[in-house]
Design a protein around this ligand. Structure first.
Ligand SMILES: C[S@@+](CC[C@H](N)C(=O)[O-])C[C@H]1O[C@@H](n2cnc3c(N)ncnc32)[C@H](O)[C@@H]1O
Length: 260
């Protein structure tokens, strides 16, 4: 693990204490409703109809895993490098008696066998922690059985540029769409380095891993609205989230080498 990933892990171990402090609220939320947003439900419905085995990369508090099982998944394996997050997620899943199992591991490099997943699910603040999207996409592709799907519902790569001014949307002068990264100043903060990639780079990483892109969509609403903030940038004029659905070809070719 490189220095910045180690630093990010430490930042997440601290930040994930929130999942422990708010254990009961999150348990109630997981029991009483679905954390999947309508955009996800619409795209995932046909995939969940066949009771897939799901691998969730960067599973965090695990609420999405409970929702995926409730919506039809046979089982979910969540992977996260935060022991605090994975332990709290496992405790909640056990208490709710849902088929979710958690592994503590740094990604990419999921400690699971090739082709074990019908569906690899990730997003909601996951990709920004991956400095090498090519390696991330190859790991996701490796986990998928032939004809298995990769589903990403993520913060739009333009989001680091949006100021949170309530009166009108503004671009932060200290950010660039084409920057490689910046230090996170919201959550988990603590000096964590957030990596940036353009939408084109994300799509090309998935294509280079040998997956077929089935659908890409950009949406105006954010997936995360920190309490007390009502930013003008979230009111419909600007992209704040995107979804990507890709498929492993029926006969998977050897994983493509990264471009030089
Ligand atoms: C914003 S959270 C999103 C998680 C999940 N989608 C959710 O909604 O709870 C990002 C998660 O990625 C995890 N993470 C960040 N970098 C990672 C890495 N290199 N390997 C594994 N997990 C990582 C963090 O511990 C954190 O739980």
């Amino acid at each position: 693990m490189d220095r910045r990933t180690r630093h990010n892990r430490a930042a997440w171990e601290t930040a994930s204490q929130k999942h422990v402090r708010e254990y009961q609220e999150l348990l109630d939320e997981a029991r009483d409703g679905s954390s999947l947003v309508a955009r996800e439900e619409e795209l995932l419905r046909p995939l969940l109809a066949s009771a897939p085995t799901v691998v969730h990369l960067q599973s965090g508090h695990g609420l999405d895993d409970v929702a995926l099982v409730t919506a039809g998944a046979r089982r979910v394996v969540g992977i996260d490098f935060s022991e605090v997050a994975a332990t709290a997620a496992q405790r909640r899943a056990d208490e709710l008696d849902v088929a979710c199992r958690y592994l503590i591991a740094a990604l990419p490099g999921a400690p699971l066998r090739d082709g074990c997943a019908d569906l690899v699910y990730t997003g909601k603040g996951a990709l920004i922690w991956m400095p090498d999207l090519g390696a991330w996409a190859r790991d996701a592709a490796r986990l998928l059985r032939p004809s298995g799907h990769l589903f990403v519902y993520e913060s739009h790569p333009m989001v680091p540029l949006w100021a949170w001014d309530p009166d009108e949307p503004r671009i932060r002068p200290d950010r660039s769409y084409f920057a490689r990264g910046h230090v996170n100043d919201t959550f988990p903060a603590n000096g964590a380095t957030e990596w940036q990639a353009t939408l084109g780079e994300i799509i090309n990483a998935v294509i280079s891993a040998g997956l077929q892109i089935l659908h890409v969509a950009e949406y105006p609403e954010p997936f995360w609205r920190p309490g007390g903030v009502d930013a003008a940038a979230w009111r419909g004029q600007l992209p704040n989230t995107f979804a990507l659905l890709a498929r492993q070809p029926p006969t998977a070719p050897p994983t493509a080498a990264p471009p030089r």
